[in-house]
Design a protein around this ligand. Structure first.
Ligand SMILES: Cc1ncc(COP(=O)(O)O)c(C=O)c1O
Length: 295
């Protein structure tokens, strides 16, 4: 995965090798910061407004001042793609911390936030999108404010690692049997033609793609029901899928070693994948439907 040379920082653009961090840095020592991962298709951002809005909401929630106002943020993020001459599919990772300061839980008197953003090439995960992925269930041991996209990701990291150790793509998280979301994506269950997902309360991340999935359902006359489902409902489901900026709308074909609905992606998931491709302006050459196997 090629990393592009030019990085955006709070002080403008620098080359990758020129960015160094002090070891007393609040992101490193406390995870005291926030981040976004933004999808880029053919050199253009997808859902940029949703990501920028969420970034500022996360910042406000942790009392962090973003180094630039929103208008400048859009400008610099666009410039990041230009200076790196990004033409293909990629992702931008952007993080902002409360800055460099002597280690103390209390905020520094005059915080000077550190920001960096970089671009990495990222092709669409086409074979997974076509055939679906395997998952496991894991307890959700995170804090109550998961709507903040904070750098504190240890429970997510451990859940995802456990998934990998079981040859799975993702971990479906649950609190005492109630499914919240996945370690780095939102989770959905389809039953009798209706899509169920956990309500956008404080204990899940309000995914940008989740917002779009809701919209696609409305456009397609599919009921989108914000009601949590249970782990025990999973094996009775007609379909299960997940969504995120990098995984898109991803069919889940197996949970905890048992296949879901015969182990093939379901009809509604396919419709939502198609709606996603249209919304993201993906061209025929990039489509998972162009071979016409799922139409
Ligand atoms: C915990 C969690 N839930 C959901 C998502 C999906 O969010 P989005 O659709 O904005 O990428 C992510 C994305 O990284 C995530 O980390």
């Amino acid at each position: 995965m090629t990393m592009h040379q030019h990085l955006l920082t709070q002080n403008g653009f620098v080359r990758q090798d020129d960015l160094t961090y002090p070891f007393e840095e609040r992101g490193l020592q406390f995870g005291d910061g926030i981040y976004e991962v933004i999808r880029v298709y053919e050199g253009t951002y997808y859902l940029i407004n949703e990501h920028v809005e969420r970034l500022y909401r996360s910042a406000e929630a942790i009392k962090l001042t973003v180094p630039y106002e929103k208008k400048k943020m859009y400008h610099y993020l666009n410039e990041l793609l230009q200076v790196n001459d990004v033409k293909g599919d990629a992702k931008v990772y952007l993080q902002i911390t409360r800055g460099s300061a002597a280690r103390d839980h209390v905020f520094p008197e005059k915080p000077e936030p550190n920001l960096y953003a970089y671009v990495k090439d990222l092709p669409r995960p086409k074979s997974f999108l076509e055939s679906g992925v395997s998952t496991i269930t894991q307890p959700d041991v995170r804090w109550d404010w998961c709507y903040i996209k904070s750098l504190n990701l240890l429970p997510n990291v451990l859940a995802k690692q456990t998934a990998r150790e079981h040859d799975c793509f993702e971990a479906i998280l649950h609190k005492e049997g109630e499914v919240t979301e996945c370690s780095s994506s939102n989770a959905y269950l389809v039953k009798d033609g209706k899509v169920y997902t956990h309500p956008a309360k404080k204990n899940i991340l309000h995914g940008c793609v989740r917002m779009r999935v809701e919209q696609f359902c409305r456009q397609l006359n599919i009921d989108f029901i914000e009601e949590p489902f249970q782990v025990e409902d999973i094996h009775e489901a007609d379909e299960i899928f997940l969504s995120s900026s990098t995984a898109e709308v991803m069919p889940i074909v197996s949970v905890d070693g048992k296949s879901i609905a015969g182990g093939t992606p379901g009809v509604i998931t396919r419709k939502l994948q198609q709606a996603y491709e249209e919304d993201a302006g993906l061209t025929a050459g990039s489509s998972i439907f162009s071979s016409n196997t799922h139409a």
